[in-house]
Each structure stands twice: as structure tokens, then as C-alpha cells.
Design a protein around this ligand. Structure first.
Ligand code: NDP
Length: 359
């Protein structure tokens, strides 16, 4: 291949490749470059208040931010509605005397946020850069957003034991789950095992007991962590068997699906094989904060450390609400409360910033 470049005049040039001749007008090239820059800058969106996450914290922050004319943009993440979408009955959220299902409550919260024109979007925030004055956020690896303020409401994700067999059947979709409400239906009239002793484990065990013939609950200590009322509900359910001081040794299966669980008493050393077609893990959650760790102060578990009594993080203009910072209460109502705090803190921050610029 033989190519030549001829500059005819400042306005045009000719490129020949073999015998093919192409005249290019530099003016057009210049325009193309300018346009490209415009297009590039258009791909960077500027947002006054970006909310990351769509649980009760995120939607409450959105309701308050929208009503304060902050034009919030909310990215829902991979689990729109957050953890509550996997909760069956919510009986302790004020204002619902007859209880409400988690998904129903999240639909209502989203509708309330959108009523005040929150821009609710699909998308997963994959990267942030909080090193400068402008807080940069990337959505789905590509879309770049420059934010005046950011409210983190990314919540927490289910923890697993980490056993190879557990992960194997989890990935195969062969009988390991961290959500009884999502998957319990598939184990109707079957026997299942659940590990954990907190409120989640009790709630899920009780839920499963209504579907399954038998639920065996593995509790690693000699007592529950759950509240007394939740633990009592489990203890009083006929088809729930509780095995105290018991660890999960192995999830057993035929290579495709779970067939049982091998459990070991950590006091006596006794090993028991429990026949089961489902293994449910309800041992708590890990905050979804990995993408922030370069910039924000986190505790040893990964919870974002906020200034006490506020939603402020160690970076100005970045606020946190909900389970991403709360390892104590972790309730829908406290998440909603901190969502409100974050929106008010963000509003005050922006107002102070604007008045400094005007002065
Ligand atoms: P928790 O952290 O409260 O409980 C986790 C449980 O899992 C603990 O009992 C813990 O045992 C056990 N566990 C942890 N790791 C292992 C392991 N490797 N092997 C065996 N067991 C293990 O988490 P929850 O998700 O239950 O609850 C989170 C928060 O949400 C709590 O504040 C809870 O009150 C709240 N919640 C409220 C509900 C409601 O009111 N309707 C429903 C669900 C949750 P150990 O006790 O030995 O540490």
C-alpha cells in the first residue's frame, strides 16, 4: 500500500492511498474536532445532587432534595428498591398499621420521589473520584457525572459463609440462597436448612416454615442475637428445629443440586448430616462501600464513618445515609431518617457554597 499526503492550501489537503484520491477540507476537519469536543463535553453531565442507591435512605433523600429544588438524580443500582425488596412483611415502619410488604413500600417510596420530579435512573455507579472540588462519578463504567453534592445510600449486601461447596451451589443456582422471600417458593413441601441467629435469620426461618415441611436452624452460639420477640416466634414454631452451638461444615450435593448440610457441634464435636434441598444463609450483610474506600473513611467492616449526629463524611459535599454507614440500627425507618438528614445537610452545604461564590 502506497500513501501520500498533499497539502494544497490552508483549507484543503489530499490523501492518496494507492490510486484512490480523497480531498479533505481542513475546515471540515476542524469542525469535526470541535464537534467531537462538544460531544465529549456533553457526555460529562453536571448534577447538583446525585443520590446513589434506591433503598428507603436513597428515596427519602430524593424526596427531601427534590422538594428543596436540588433536582436530584438517583441511580438505582443493581437491586432497585434495595434490601427491602427481599423482605416480606414490614410491620414496624410507622404509618402502616396493617403492615406492608417490602416491595410495595419501595414502589410507593419511588413514586413519592418521582412525584417531586426526582430523576430516577437505571444504572450502577462503578467508580468515583472525590479528590477534587468537583465530585466525579462514573455510571456503568462509561458515563461521567460531575456532582456538586453526592448522597451515598448504597446499603449493604448479604454475607455468605465462604465455604467452597456453598459458593459452588450458589453459582449453579442449585439450592443456596440468601433470600428466603425470593427463593422460598421453590422449596415448598421440602426440607431446608438456614444458618444465622439474628432478626433476618428468624424472619426468614419463620417465612420458610410456612412453605417447607421442616426448617433446621443452625445457631453457632448457645443463644440468638435476634430480638426476643423474633427468637420466640421461631422457638414456638413446630416445624423449626434449632441446633445451638452448631457450625456449618459443608453443603452437600450431587454436583448439581443441594442434597443436605453437614453440621458440627462446636462443643461436643458431633457431626450431623441434615437432609435438605435448600440451604439459606442469613448471617448479616456487608456494606456496599468498596468503590469509596480510596476517598472516604471506613471502619474495619467497611461502614462509612460519618461525623456524629450528621450525614457528613470526611469529604466535603459527600454525605452518607442508611445501612452504608449504620451497623447499629439498620432499620428501614432509621435509613429513611438518615436519608432526610443527608438531603438537609447537602442542601445547607450547597447553599453555603453558593453564598461564598456570590460574595
Ligand atoms: P445480624 O448481624 O444481626 O445477625 C447475624 C447473625 O448471623 C448473628 O446471629 C451471627 O451470629 C450469625 N453469623 C454471622 N456469621 C456467621 C457464621 N459464619 N456462621 C454462623 N452464623 C453466623 O444480621 P441480621 O441480618 O439478622 O440483622 C441486621 C439488622 O437488621 C439488625 O439490626 C436487625 O435487628 C435488623 N432486622 C430487623 C428486622 C425486623 O425488625 N423485621 C428483620 C431483619 C433484620 P452471632 O450472634 O454468633 O454473632
Amino acid at each position: 500500500m502506497l500513501g501520500f499526503l498533499y497539502i494544497i492550501n490552508p483549507y484543503s489537503l489530499i490523501i492518496t492511498v494507492d490510486n484512490l484520491k480523497v480531498r479533505i477540507y481542513t475546515k471540515n476537519l476542524l469542525l469535526l474536532c470541535i464537534n467531537k469536543n462538544i460531544i465529549m463535553s456533553e457526555t460529562i453531565e453536571k448534577v447538583k445532587c446525585l443520590i446513589i442507591g434506591s433503598g428507603p435512605a436513597g428515596y427519602t433523600a430524593a424526596i427531601y432534595a427534590a422538594r428543596a429544588n436540588m433536582s436530584p438524580v438517583l441511580y438505582q443500582g443493581t437491586q432497585p428498591g434495595g434490601q427491602l425488596t427481599t423482605t416480606n412483611e414490614v410491620e414496624n415502619f410507622p404509618g402502616y398499621p396493617d403492615g406492608v410488604t417490602g416491595p410495595e413500600m419501595m414502589i410507593q417510596l419511588q413514586a413519592q420521589a418521582q412525584r417531586f420530579e426526582t430523576d430516577v435512573r437505571d444504572g450502577w455507579v462503578t467508580k468515583v473520584d472525590f479528590s477534587g472540588d468537583v465530585h466525579k462519578v462514573w455510571v456503568n463504567e462509561t458515563k461521567e457525572i460531575h456532582c456538586d453534592s453526592v448522597i451515598i445510600s448504597t446499603g449493604a449486601a448479604a454475607k455468605y459463609l465462604g465455604l467452597e461447596s456453598e459458593q459452588k451451589y450458589l453459582k449453579l443456582g442449585g439450592g443456596v440462597s440468601a433470600c428466603a422471600v425470593c427463593d422460598g417458593f421453590f422449596y415448598r413441601n421440602q426440607e431446608v436448612v438456614i444458618v444465622g441467629a439474628g432478626d433476618s435469620a428468624c424472619e426468614e426461618a419463620h417465612y420458610l416454615s410456612k412453605l417447607c415441611t421442616k426448617v433446621t436452624m443452625l445457631v453457632r452460639r448457645d443463644e440468638f442475637r435476634a430480638s426476643k420477640i423474633m427468637a420466640a416466634r421461631v422457638k414456638n414454631t413446630e416445624n423449626i428445629e434449632i441446633m445451638y452451638n452448631t457450625n456449618t461444615d459443608e453443603v452437600l450435593g450431587d454436583g448439581q443440586v443441594v442434597t443436605g448440610v453437614r453440621a458440627k457441634n462446636n462443643v461436643t464435636g458431633e457431626v450431623t448430616e441434615i437432609p435438605a434441598t435448600g440451604f439459606f444463609v442469613a448471617i448479616g450483610h456487608k456494606p456496599n462501600t468498596d468503590i469509596f474506600k480510596t476517598y472516604l473513611d471506613l471502619d474495619e467492616t467497611g461502614y462509612i464513618i460519618n461525623e456524629p449526629g450528621t450525614s457528613k463524611t470526611n469529604v466535603e459535599g459527600v454525605f452518607v445515609s442508611g445501612d452504608a454507614a449504620d451497623h447499629v440500627y439498620r432499620q428501614a425507618v432509621t435509613a429513611a431518617g438518615t436519608g432526610c438528614m443527608a438531603a438537609l445537610d447537602a442542601e445547607r452545604y450547597l447553599a453555603a457554597k453558593e453564598s461564598t461564590v456570590e460574595a
